[in-house]
Design a binder for this molecule. Structure first.
Ligand SMILES: NC(=O)C1=CN([C@@H]2O[C@H](COP(=O)(O)OP(=O)(O)OC[C@H]3O[C@@H](n4cnc5c(N)ncnc54)[C@H](OP(=O)(O)O)[C@@H]3O)[C@@H](O)[C@H]2O)C=CC1
Ligand SMILES: N[C@@H](CC(=O)OP(=O)(O)O)C(=O)O
Length: 365
């Protein structure tokens, strides 16, 4: 008898949806049951509707699934629904699913700023899921049905930024200044329309719409804390932390690189060796819980002077581990380093799967 939970994917034909399908196709905890996309695709076999763009073949188990429209009725038996919907359409669909009692793990940006919606990087701030736990426990105590919820996956560049900073904040106290310059892979822009080849070959594009604002805002929620009544979050204030981001698109297929600098509030600041030690010793909650996709090492500290590099380092721990190199003192702030994270795995669909694994271990789905 299978103990797998029933999973659905919204936006199943898109680039993020395809990653969800790959990651779910052989997953021990989840069984892919329902695929949703636009009315243009509904009614078609998945294989006929999708323009498959992954480097792994389309899994046999998904080929014959008939695509549904993104309605509650079609997904009502799912234990968890992963959303890779275009953000122009995700808002009302995800809201309806939540109100119908479904558990939604979303890659879209629509609800990241909602006060009671956790914004999760699953190797970083899983304690924020306690807001969902509290909601479920309250309903249980009141004899009500299990409420639906939305848990949001962060922006992919935000994930790479906060992953190495959180262990440092835990060990050495708050940061008051952070700067990041990103070099983002083209897969982050999706496929349709994506970044035209003519724009990105032999080139760098120094602008990604809304990305800098997202990084600057999301960092303050993720590095913030759950409030005392466990119904929302204490975001770090602008006075306490300033985050400045500059984003560029570079001719790399997968893997976002970030050159980051940061300053601690407390003096004296730790040494370079202490910073590296803190990163090396970090074990994320997903690993402690024994989640299937959890990285052995959430943070890999690389000592070679020319690493991390996207092609060589993005697949560490199957893309669930973040690589950090060139950790050194900064002449302006305290430290600088180069971080690499797999934007479609720990920065998108993989993060969604790992969040669901954590929710399962915590008995929330
Ligand atoms: N690409 C990436 O690496 C990342 C993307 N994101 C975010 O994830 C989301 C998805 O991105 P991406 O996969 O690139 O997008 P795509 O454009 O590749 O896919 C969008 C999906 O939404 C579906 N869709 C479009 N219109 C509707 C509609 N009216 N009703 C229901 N479904 C619809 C499409 O179905 P159909 O094929 O039928 O049109 C498709 O399945 C976005 O919000 C994006 O910002 C986040 C992190 C990284
Ligand atoms: N904007 C990111 C992709 C991303 O994460 O977007 P969003 O914040 O909508 O999830 C990129 O282009 O690389």
């Amino acid at each position: 008898m299978t103990t797998q939970k029933k999973a659905g994917v919204l936006g199943a034909t898109g680039s993020v949806g395809q990653r969800f399908i790959l990651l779910l196709s052989e997953h021990p905890d989840f069984k892919l049951e329902v695929l949703g996309a636009s009315a243009r695709s509904a009614g078609k076999r998945y294989e006929d509707a999708v323009t498959w763009k992954q480097t792994f073949l389309l899994p046999e188990s998904a080929k014959d699934i008939e695509i549904s429209e993104c309605t509650v009725e079609a997904f009502k038996d799912c234990d968890v629904v992963f959303s890779g919907l275009d953000h122009d359409y995700a808002g009302p669909i995800e809201k309806a699913f939540k109100e119908a009692g479904l558990a939604v793990v979303s890659n879209a940006k629509n609800y990241r700023r909602e006060p009671d919606v956790p914004l999760i990087v699953p190797i970083t701030n899983t304690d924020h899921l306690s807001v969902i736990e509290e909601k479920i426990n309250k309903a249980k105590t009141a004899g009500q049905e299990k409420p639906g919820f939305i848990a949001c996956i962060s922006n992919c560049s935000t994930a790479g930024l906060v992953a190495p900073l959180k262990p440092l904040v835990d060990d050495f106290g708050p940061l008051d200044l952070i700067t990041t310059t990103t070099l983002q892979a083209i897969s982050g822009a999706g496929y349709s329309p994506g970044v035209p080849g003519i724009d990105i070959i032999d080139n760098i594009v120094p602008f990604i719409g809304s990305e800098e604002e997202k990084i600057e805002w999301e960092t303050k929620k993720i590095l913030g804390t759950v409030n005392a009544s466990k119904d929302g979050f204490n975001l770090i204030s602008e006075e306490d932390l300033k985050v400045s981001a500059q984003c560029t698109r570079v001719p790399v297929s997968d893997g976002h690189t970030e050159c980051i600098s940061f300053r601690f509030k407390n003096r004296p600041a730790p040494s370079v060796e202490q910073v590296k030690e803190s990163l090396r010793n970090y074990v994320c909650e997903a690993s402690k819980l024994g989640c299937h996709s959890a990285p052995k090492n959430a943070i890999h500290v690389l000592e070679q002077e020319n690493r991390p590099q996207p092609r060589l380092d993005r697949d560490r721990d199957n893309g669930f581990g973040v690589s950090v190199g060139r950790v050194r003192e900064d002449t302006v702030l305290d430290f600088k380093m180069v971080v690499l994270s797999h934007n479609t795995i720990i920065g998108a669909a993989g993060a969604g799967i790992l969040i669901a694994e954590i929710l399962l271990k915590k008995g929330l789905i």
